[in-house]
Design a protein around this ligand. Structure first.
Ligand code: BES
Ligand code: MN
Ligand code: ZN
Length: 496
C-alpha cells in the first residue's frame, strides 16, 4: 500500500474520508465539501442521524458535485482528548469501509484539521498507520477468490500541510512491517510453519542487518537443554532455538533481551487436549512471532539500541517417543523438573531459552512473551496481556509502552506463595500448580530460571495473539500483539 502526503486540493476520483466533530460541528474539510456540494453533505448527515460520535461512519456515494467519488464521514467526538491511537482508529475505520468497495484510492482530508494535542504531522502519520494496519490480509491459501472479493485499494493520500508527516510515517511504516510479519507467522498453519521453517523465516531478517543464529537438537543436547528438548521429543520435526541480534546501539553495550514461546503446534502431548478448538494451537507460537516481528521493526527503523530476540521452537505431539506425565527432566540451569502435565509445555521451553539467553548475553533486562495459560483468558479476557514481574520500575515502563501503543497490559500478582505452589515431592519443581492462580504459578515456574539480579518480566499473551473479530486497526486473525509494545519499550528506554 503506497502512502503519499500532500497539500493538493481534494482529488477528482476515489474515496475521500472526512473527520466530523460531535454535533456535526464543521471541520475545515467538512465545511469545504459541504459548500462544494451545495449543502448536500450537511443535509445527508443530518437526515442519516449522523452526529459525529466517535467511530460513527457515513458512506455517501453520488453526493451532489461529488459524482464518481465517495465521501466517507467519520465521527471524532468533541476532538479534545483525541489521541494518537484515536487517529489510528480513524484511519483504520475508513480503510475497513473502503475494503468492502471497489475503490482504488483513498484520500484523507485533514488540511486545517486540529484534534487533541496532536501535531499536524503526527495526526497525518497516525491516520496513515491505522489505515495500513487495517489493510492487512492473509489470502495466500485462497485460490478461488472472485475478483470482486479482492480489495482493489492500492493508494492512500493524506492531505495535510505538515511537511514532516512523511518522515514520521516512514518510521511507523517499519513498525507496521513488523506487525504484519508477526500476523503472517501467527496465521500460518502448523504443517507450513514448524521449527525449521520458522527459523528459515527468521534468517530472512539478515537482509535488514540482523545477525541470526540457529541451534539444532545436537547443540541443545550438548548444552543440557533437557527441558526444551523433552517437549519436542514426540515430534518428527527437529526443535530449534533461534537468536536474532539487532546491534544498533553502542558497541559492546549489553543488550535488552526478548524471549518468545514458539510452540508451532500444541496438541498437549500425552496430556492430550480435547479436539474442539485444538486448531487454535497453531498460534501457540505467538510469543515467538511477536519477538520476531519486534526485531524486524527495530532493525527496519534502525533503532539505536542493542536488542536480542531469542525464540524456542518446538512442536508438542503425542507419540511413542513423547514425554510422559511423571517424567523428570533436567534443564540447562541444572535444575530438575517433574512433568505432571505435558500440556504445560510453554514454560518448559522458556526455561531453557531464558537460561541460554542469560548465559550468552548477560542482558540488561529480560522480557518473555508467551501464549502460556488458558487461565489468563479467564482473568483478563481479550483486553490485556497479563504482566508478571517483581520489578516495579520495569512494570511501569512496560505499562507505559502498552498505553502508548494500544498493546495493553494488566499487572498480575507473583509472590513467594506462587513459587511454593510448584514445589515437587521428587524434583526441584513440578511444571503445574493447580487450577488456582494458574497464570501466576506458570510465571513463578519461569521465574525459577531467572538469575539473581536480572530485571525480568513475563507477559502472558494467550488472550491477545489472535483477534476473534475485526478491530479498527486489526482485522480478525493474527493480531501482531506485542510488536508495538516491545518497539516502544526500546524506543522510550534504551535509545538515548
Ligand atoms: N498453549 C496453552 C495455553 C493456551 C490456552 C493458549 C488457550 C491459548 C488459548 C498452554 O500450553 C497450555 O496448554 N496451558 C495449560 C496449562 C495447564 C495444563 C496447567 C492450560 O492453560 O490449560
Ligand atoms: Mn499446552
Ligand atoms: Zn502451549
Amino acid at each position: 500500500m503506497k502512502v503519499t502526503f500532500s497539500k493538493a486540493a481534494l482529488p477528482t476520483t476515489g474515496a475521500i474520508a472526512i473527520p466530523c466533530l460531535s454535533g456535526r460541528k464543521a471541520s475545515d474539510p467538512f465545511a469545504a465539501v459541504d459548500e462544494a456540494s451545495g449543502g448536500a453533505l450537511g443535509k445527508a448527515a443530518k437526515a442519516a442521524g449522523f452526529d459525529g460520535k466517535p467511530g460513527q461512519l457515513l458512506d455517501l456515494a453520488g453526493l451532489n458535485g461529488f459524482e464518481g467519488r465517495r465521501v466517507i464521514l467519520i465521527g471524532v467526538g468533541d476532538g479534545e482528548k483525541f489521541s494518537a491511537l484515536d487517529a489510528e482508529a480513524f484511519g483504520g475505520r475508513a480503510m475497513a469501509a473502503i475494503l468492502r468497495t471497489r475503490e482504488k484510492a483513498l484520500t484523507f482530508a485533514l488540511l486545517g484539521v486540529a484534534l487533541g494535542d496532536l501535531s499536524a504531522a503526527d495526526l497525518a502519520a497516525r491516520v496513515a498507520l491505522g489505515a495500513r494496519l487495517r489493510r492487512y490480509r492473509f489470502d495466500k491459501y485462497r485460490t478461488t477468490l472472485e475478483k470482486d472479493q479482492i480489495p482493489q485499494l492500492a493508494k492512500v493520500t493524506v492531505n495535510t500541510d505538515a511537511a514532516s508527516a512523511k518522515d514520521v510515517y516512514a518510521e511507523l511504516e517499519k513498525i507496521a512491517d513488523g506487525v504484519d510479519l508477526t500476523r503472517d507467522l501467527v496465521s500460518e498453519p502448523a504443517n507450513v510453519l514448524y521449527p525449521e521453517s520458522f527459523a528459515q523465516r527468521c534468517r530472512e531478517l539478515e537482509s535488514l542487518g540482523v545477525r541470526v543464529k540457529v541451534l539444532g537438537e545436537k547443540e541443545m543436547e550438548k548444552l543440557g537443554m533437557g527441558s526444551l528438548l523433552g517437549v519436542g521429543q514426540g515430534s518428527v520435526r527437529e526443535s530449534k532455538l533461534v537468536a536474532m541480534e539487532w546491534l544498533g546501539g553502542a558497541k559492546g553495550e549489553k543488550p535488552v533481551a526478548f524471549v518468545g514461546k514458539g510452540v508451532t503446534f500444541d496438541t498437549g502431548g500425552i496430556s492430550l487436549k480435547p479436539g474442539p478448538g485444538m486448531e487454535d494451537m497453531k498460534w501457540d507460537m505467538g510469543g515467538a512471532g511477536a519477538v520476531t516481528g519486534a526485531i524486524a521493526a527495530l532493525a527496519g527503523r534502525k533503532a539505536k539500541a542493542n536488542v536480542v530476540g531469542v525464540i524456542g521452537l518446538v512442536e508438542n505431539m503425542p507419540d511413542g517417543n513423547a514425554q510422559r506425565p511423571g517424567d523428570v527432566v533436567k534443564a540447562m540451569s541444572g535444575k530438575t523438573i517433574e512433568i505432571l502435565n505435558t500440556d504445560a509445555e510453554g514454560r518448559l521451553v522458556l526455561a531453557d531459552a531464558i537460561w541460554w539467553t542469560q548465559e550468552t548475553y548477560q542482558p540488561k533486562a529480560v522480557i518473555d512473551l508467551a501464549t502460556l495459560t488458558g487461565a489468563i483468558l479467564i482473568a483478563l479476557a481479550y483486553e490485556f496481556a497479563g504482566l508478571f514481574t517483581a520489578d516495579d520500575d520495569l512494570a511501569a515502563k512496560i505499562n507505559a509502552a502498552g498505553a502508548a501503543t494500544g498493546d495493553k497490559v494488566w499487572r498480575m500478582p507473583l509472590t513467594k506463595a506462587h513459587y511454593d505452589m510448584i514445589k515437587s515431592d521428587i524434583a526441584d519443581m513440578k511444571n503445574i500448580g493447580g487450577r488456582e492462580g494458574g497464570s501466576s504459578t506458570a510465571a513463578a515456574f519461569i521465574g525459577n530460571f531467572i538469575k539473581e539480579g536480572v530485571p525480568w518480566a513475563h507477559l502472558d499473551i494467550a488472550g491477545m495473539a489472535w483477534a476473534k473479530k475485526d478491530e479498527p486497526t486489526c482485522p480478525k486473525g493474527g493480531s501482531g500483539y506485542g510488536v508495538r509494545l516491545l518497539d516502544e519499550f526500546v524506543r522510550a528506554n534504551y535509545e538515548g
